[in-house]
Structure formats: C-alpha cells, structure tokens
Design a binder for this molecule. Structure first.
Ligand code: ATP
Ligand code: MG
Length: 595
C-alpha cells in the first residue's frame, strides 16, 4: 500500500516534470538549433580530454622505450593541435550558450512580467517586494540560463568521462573494469539528493526574499528610519535575517557537501587498486609501461569531471525546481480578469448603481455591508465618515482593484464585470492621496494619462492642474527629472502632476481619494482649484476628511463601519442635528475655531 503510494507520487512527479519540459519548449523553440549546438559542442570538447591521456601510451612506448625521434615531434604536435581545437570549440560553445541562455531567459521573463501585470491588487497585497523579485526574476534566470549552462557542463563532463573511460578500456580492459565498478559505486549517493535539497532550497528562497525586502524597505523607508532612530532596530532585524540565511547555507552544505569527500575517498580507493593491480599486469607483461602510464593519467584525469558531476547534478536539479516554480506562477490565474464574453464599456454612461454590495478582504470579516447607492452622470458624490469605515474600499471596487463578495456595481444596468478590464479602467481616472510617480521627467509622468495626447492637450492639462507657474520656474521645464517615486517634488507638486495626468486621461468617471488631505492650506487651495477644474462634466467620487471641500457635492454619503448611515446634500444633512454628518461637521468646525 505504502509502496503503491510512493510509486504513484513518483509517477506524478515524473508527469509534472515531463509537462513542465513540454512547456519550456515554446521558449526554446526559436533558438532550438543554437541551444542544441551549444550542448552538442560540449561532446567533442569533453571527448578531446582523452587525447592527452591517450597520447601518453605511444609517447612512452615509442619515444621513451623504442627511442623513435619521429614520434618525439609528432606526438606533441598532435597534442597541441587537439587542444587548440578544443579551445576553439570551448569558445564557440560558451558564446552560444550565453547567447541562447539570455535569449530564452528574456522570452520567459517577458511572459512572466506580462503575468505579473495581470495580477490583481490582492496578489500584491499578499506578497512583499522580495518575493516578487525572486518569483519573476531569479526563478527565470535559474530556470533558463542556469539550466543551459549546467546542462552544457554536465554533457561536457559526461563526455570527458566517457572518453577517459574509453582510454582506460583501450589500455587494459581488466584494470578498467575494476576501476569503473568502483566509480559507479562512488556515484550511487547522488541519486538520493533531490528530496533532501527541496525543503532547504525553498527555505533559502524565502530567506533571500526577506533580505531583498529588507533592502527595499530601508531604501523606501529611510526617512522613517532616520526620524525614529531605527538604525539599531533595523540592524538587529537585518542581522537576524543574515543569521537565518547563514543557517540555511550551512544546512545546504551539510546536506550536499558530504558528497564530494565521499566520492573522493571512493575514487582514491579506485586509484590505489589500479596501481596495485596495474603493477602486477605490467610486471607480468600483460600491458606495456606506456599503456599503464596512459591508464593512470586517464584515471587521475577522470577525478575532476567525476567530482564536478556531483555539484553539476545539484545545479541541474535546482534549475528543474526553478522551472517548476516558474510554471506554478504561470498557472496561477489572477483573481480578477476578463469574463469570457466581456465587452467594451461604452464611453458614455448615464447611471452607476451599487446594488446590495458587500465586500470582505478576509473571509468572515465584512468590510462593506449591503451598500446601495445610485449615481447619475455628472454628479459629485462625496464619501465621508470615520477612518477605517470602508470609503477607500468602496471606490476601489469600481476600477475592479477587488471584486465584491456580494451584490454588484452596474453601469447603465450592466455589471462592470461584464466589461473588459481595459475599457472599464479607460473610463475611470483616479487620483489618490499618495500617487505613484515614476522615475523620469514631469512630461513622461503626465503623458502616462494619454500617450497620444498632443502638445496643446498637454499644456491645457498643465494649466488646469495649476502646474504652469511651477513648470515655468524650472530650468528644464517639463523635462525636469523628478527622481524615483517623484522624490524631488514637494507633496503638492506631486499631487498636481497626478492631477494633470488624470486631466490628460479625461475619463468620464473620476475617483479622488483624499487628494488634498496631506497638504498645507496654501497648497491645498491650489490643488483644490486644480481638482475643481478636473471634476467638471464628470461623474465624481470624492473622499475627503475636510468637509469644507465637499460642501457643494451633489450628494454626501456617510460611510461608517461598512454601511451607509446617511446620505443627502450638505444642507439636508445639516438639518438633522443628531445625524452623523452634522456631528462630524460640528466637530471639525469646533476644532477649527478652537485653533
Ligand atoms: N488590503 C487589505 N486587507 C485587509 N483589510 C484591509 C485592507 N485594506 C483595508 N483593510 C481594512 O478595511 C477597512 C476599511 O478600510 P478603508 O481603507 O476602506 O477605510 P477608509 O474609510 O478609507 O479609511 P480612511 O478614512 O482612514 O482612509 C479597515 O478596517 C482596514 O483595516
Ligand atoms: Mg481611505
């Protein structure tokens, strides 16, 4: 029974292995010839190793014993010729190998990157940056380039071994038989490795990803680290990570490196046996002394490829594992994608309805509960309420960062999940509180809103976003570099670049999530003006903590603990003295007068 189970697991593993190999084929296919050639070239390169060992027999027998002058010059010549040929082939093989490896890796990385872009917000919420790097970058490197190089080396070593073993048999089959048997015994322990490696290797990947995340966080969070004096804390955390990586490295050594000395010992037993038995054969004239020297040289030369085969085999296994991981990622279906019959969302809409909408990030923890809201085209809907109430979550469902767990959002009666993601997102502009700007120029960042915008449209967007004065004051104007994440701009400037970007996109639906809350009063006034420009003729969802900025909204919706507790215009809501909005408003008003 247990045996059956073992057998079926290994059959499953074999099937998965074959399946993954088939799936590598499309990536290898455009370069199959070069790939095959680079591996095939490894064969003569390996086989030529046997030449030196082989040539020692005629050299010893003809030059040393028979004193032939002719042989004294042609044997070295043959050696030089063959090793030059071997050198040229090695260069060609390495060149091809690197070329093909890089080409295949790039194809795979491009597909992986496409896959990465197709993942939804939730996927990224659950991964840290280090995981993402390892998943999409390192695995691909290991799967392609690593595999090909290791495969080439593996083949080369196998062929070196075969040619040297041929020399052994050529010189004395009896002696060769003894030594080859010992060699195969030396190889047996290698077959048990894969299972042992898997778990350590997976843990090593996790540790590597933690380390990369730590670097990323230190880079991105350097201000927080400095201002909270977190250097010691971070150092301690980093040291723990390093210790963990160290332990795993040692574990890896414990599990694999015993192989080399064990093989070493077994092989030296082989050499010992060869010398003892060989001397007997020479002394009894079964083989010539030249033959014995050639035999011994081949045997000693065999040690290196045989030793290398062990670690090479490990590396090939690791590449196989990386291939498995790559296709696991490829097989992960993004939680949010186009439905089979999804259609384009029309550019015009009349009404957006949130119908019995509920949502939970984690099963059993409702964040939005039975939300019902109807929004007409051109209306400005302000969402207010306590922190953590679910406002951001609610608007995130519109561009489908997440899908609702109950109910639906309808645009003119059609569930937004029946539109293609691309057309849906084309219809929605978003300005967050903290907008992501890319390293590059101001122009490049704004143009992301609409890559085909004309210069005139760009200038209008800049004007409407109240960025014109600022840009005019810059030496390089629109082409000023803003640094990674726009670090060289102030908060208000960043915000306005994001607003200009949304302007250029000119989508009929607009989401503004606390777009001004991080600004001081002066910048807020400028950004507020920019936002008012942006909101014209659009259906707008605006989230604001400062209630003064949303007074003129068509409808104010108060969201607390995932529910709409009140909705109406400012004047209507202010009439309800005990209402949630009035309470919020009075609190802010009181705070401001207290100041
Ligand atoms: N990715 C996430 N995974 C799990 N829970 C989340 C996630 N994002 C937000 N939440 C939780 O969902 C709830 C609603 O968060 P949300 O950001 O929608 O509130 P909000 O009304 O926008 O708050 P604020 O006014 O502070 O911005 C909070 O309790 C929050 O902890
Ligand atoms: Mg929020």
């Amino acid at each position: 029974m247990a045996n059956n189970k073992k057998e079926s697991t290994s059959a499953l593993a074999r099937n998965a292995f074959v399946k993954n190999y088939k799936r590598m084929w499309p990536y290898v296919k455009p370069y199959w010839f070069q790939a095959l050639l680079s591996v095939l070239l490894a064969m003569p390169i390996g086989a030529l190793e046997g030449v030196i060992a082989m040539s020692l027999k005629p050299y010893m027998d003809l030059v040393m014993i028979d004193k032939s002058l002719q042989a004294a010059w042609y044997i070295p010549l043959v050696i030089v010729l063959f090793t030059s040929l071997q050198g040229a082939l090695t260069y060609a093989a390495n060149y091809l190998n690197t070329w093909v490896g890089a080409k295949i890796t790039n194809l795979l990385k491009l597909d992986l990157y496409k896959k990465m872009l197709s993942f939804d917000t939730n996927f990224f919420n659950r991964k840290n940056s280090g995981d993402v790097l390892i998943m999409f970058n390192n695995n691909a490197d290991m799967a392609c380039a690593g595999l090909l190089t290791n495969l080439k080396n593996f083949v080369q070593k196998i062929f070196t071994a075969i040619s040297l073993i041929f020399v052994l048999f050529y010189n004395s089959w009896q002696l060769a038989l003894v030594c080859v048997t010992i060699l195969f015994v030396a190889f047996l322990p290698m077959t048990t490795l894969k299972k042992k490696l898997q778990s350590v290797f997976n843990n090593t990947l996790i540790a590597d990803s933690t380390m990369m995340t730590a670097y990323n966080e230190t880079y991105a969070g350097n201000k927080t680290i400095t201002s909270y004096n977190l250097s010691d804390f971070q150092q301690k955390k980093f040291k723990n990570i390093l210790d963990n990586v160290f332990n795993l490295q040692i574990k890896m050594v414990q599990k694999t490196r015993w192989l080399t000395p064990v093989m070493h010992i077994i092989l030296s037993i082989g050499i010992g046996a060869a010398i003892w038995f060989g001397s007997y054969l020479v002394l009894n004239n079964y083989i010539t002394s030249g033959g014995f020297v050639s035999f011994l040289t081949a045997l000693i030369m065999l040690y290196n490829p045989m030793k290398g085969l062990g670690s090479n085999y490990n590396s090939v296994l690791m590449s196989f594992m990386a291939i498995e991981r790559v296709f696991n990622i490829m097989d992960t279906t993004p939680a949010i994608s186009d439905r089979p019959n999804a259609r384009e969302m029309p550019a015009q809409h009349r009404v957006i309805e949130f119908k019995n909408l509920s949502f939970e990030y984690n099963r059993g923890v409702p964040i939005l509960k039975n939300i019902n809201l109807t929004v007409q085209q051109g209306q400005i809907i302000a969402l207010v309420g306590n922190s953590g109430g679910g406002k951001t979550t609610l608007v995130s469902l519109l561009p489908r960062f997440y899908d609702p767990t109950g109910g639906a959002i309808l645009v003119d009666g059609t569930d937004i999940r029946d539109f293609t993601l691309k057309s849906l997102r084309q219809n929605i502009g978003v300005v967050f509180q903290d907008n992501f700007l890319f390293a590059g120029s101001i122009r490049e960042n704004i143009m992301l809103g609409n890559e085909s915008a004309t210069e005139a449209q760009l200038q209008t967007a800049i004007k409407m976003a109240c960025l014109d004065d600022f840009i005019a004051s810059l030496k390089n104007g629109l082409d000023t570099q803003i640094g990674e994440r726009g670090i060289l701009l102030s908060g208000g400037q960043k915000q306005r670049v994001a607003i200009a970007r949304a302007f250029l996109k000119n989508a009929p639906i607009l989401i503004l999530d606390e777009a001004t809350s991080a600004l001081d009063n002066k910048s807020e006034a400028v950004v507020q003006r920019a936002i008012e420009n942006l909101m014209q003729d659009k259906t707008v969802f605006v989230i604001a903590h400062r209630l003064s900025t949303i007074r003129n909204a068509s409808k104010i919706v108060v969201v607390n603990q995932g529910e709409i507790v009140e909705s109406g215009t400012h004047d209507e809501l202010m009439q309800n003295e005990c209402g949630a909005y009035r309470t919020l408003y009075d609190m802010q008003f009181k705070c401001r007068t207290d100041k």
